[in-house]
Design a protein around this ligand. Structure first.
Ligand SMILES: *Cc1c(COP(=O)(O)O)cnc(C)c1O
Length: 361
């Protein structure tokens, strides 16, 4: 794959080249079966091994124990989890922290099932920081946060202290990008298409004790976490191809040295681009006000006019740097530098930013 562009798309997004190559091999002839990955039963021993290994590897990377947590691979995207979480766990009230558009959508779905306390919000400041010193209600059914705000470029750098209340997190855009104490969470979910694999599968990590003690029972089978835990994500046909790609991506993370090594590289990539922004104050305007909240995954900034932003995006594209246009709801520029984005891409972008400044200041 020689003609690779520099891929800064926010999602679906960049995947490791080795994973793409393994996948094309498996699409042609899966595990020497003589059939494609897309043509074989999900109950075949070859695919069951893919599913089991992905679950085992995910827990190993997160340093979680399989007797305490289950890993599920579900359809419906992260957006489906916005509804499934309150459907299963919201009895009286839940605390939601509103840090962006996705967090807002999660809260909106939860209101269909019970009382939602928006315990903190940065909406009045256009979501340019993560709220601090939050007062949680203390007796909620759970607390919901969004660890990385893909559209605005903010990220929680530490886990909030919510006492004994179960903590739930949408980690769609920073899942497995850094070391964290994942055992502080009772439920973690992530649409795969940002940092883990292709669209079509959502990874859910759930604390079994919470599920057994608190989940509602009178729900449709497919919308009940217990169904999928009991059947190890094989209650119905799982999204086999996305699960395969996600599984290979987990192996790739391990080969790269695990989350510690991945985090170091992500920090170095993000630093290159943030330094390029900060080197041209007034020309490049970082969209995140609180520098300590700057995301390692989605880097957002503005130029003085939309014309200049369009010129930036067009010239970058001519240099094979793709996906730099900000989200349609906020405009500006966004560089997404997920795990599989190579250092060379961040270097190319930082170099281009300095050149563009010189030519247009
Ligand atoms: C992309 C994204 C979503 C939505 O994911 P879908 O899989 O498209 O439903 C939710 N939350 C966050 C943080 C995201 O980045």
């Amino acid at each position: 794959m020689s003609a690779r562009a520099h891929n800064f798309f926010a999602g679906p997004a960049v995947l490791p080249v080795s994973v793409l190559e393994e996948t094309s091999q498996a699409v042609a002839n899966f595990a020497n079966t003589g059939v494609s990955l897309m043509e074989i039963s999900h109950r075949s021993k070859e695919f069951e091994a893919v599913m089991n290994e992905a679950q085992v590897d995910a827990l190993a990377l997160m340093k979680l124990y399989p007797d305490e947590y289950s890993v599920l691979f579900l359809g419906g995207g992260a957006s489906m989890q916005f509804a499934m979480i309150p459907m299963n766990f919201l009895v009286t009230k839940a605390d939601y922290v509103n840090t962006g558009e996705w967090a807002t959508k999660a809260g909106k779905e939860a209101r269909l099932f019970g009382q939602v306390n928006e315990v903190a919000s940065s909406e009045a400041d256009k979501f340019n920081h993560i709220p601090k010193n939050i007062k949680f209600s203390g007796d909620a059914d759970y607390v919901h946060i969004t660890t990385n705000n893909t559209i605005y470029g903010t990220e929680w750098k530490s886990t909030p202290d919510v006492g004994t209340v179960p903590l739930v997190a949408d980690m769609s855009s920073d899942m497995l990008s850094r070391e964290m104490d994942f055992s502080k969470y009772s439920l973690i979910y992530a649409g795969a298409q940002k940092n883990l694999g292709p669209a079509g599968v959502t990874m859910v990590v759930i604390r079994k004790a919470w599920l057994e003690a608190k989940a509602k029972k009178d729900l449709p089978s497919m919308l009940k976490y217990a169904t999928h835990v009991k059947n190890s994500s094989m209650y119905n046909t799982p999204p086999v191809l996305p699960v395969y790609v996600l599984g290979r991506t987990l192996k790739w993370i391990m080969k790269e040295g695990g989350l510690g090594a991945i985090q170091k590289r992500n920090e170095a990539k993000a630093k290159l681009i943030y330094d390029a922004i900060d080197a041209c104050p007034g020309f490049y305007k970082g969209a995140v006000a609180a520098k300590e909240d700057r995301s390692l995954m989605n880097i957002t900034w503005n130029l003085s006019t939309t014309e200049l932003e369009d010129k930036f995006v067009a010239e970058a594209k001519a240099k094979k740097m793709l996906g730099l246009k900000g989200h349609r709801s906020v405009g500006g520029i966004r560089a997404s530098v997920y795990n599989a984005c190579p250092m060379e891409s961040a270097e190319a972008l930082a170099t281009f930013m300095a050149e563009f400044f010189k030519a247009n200041q």
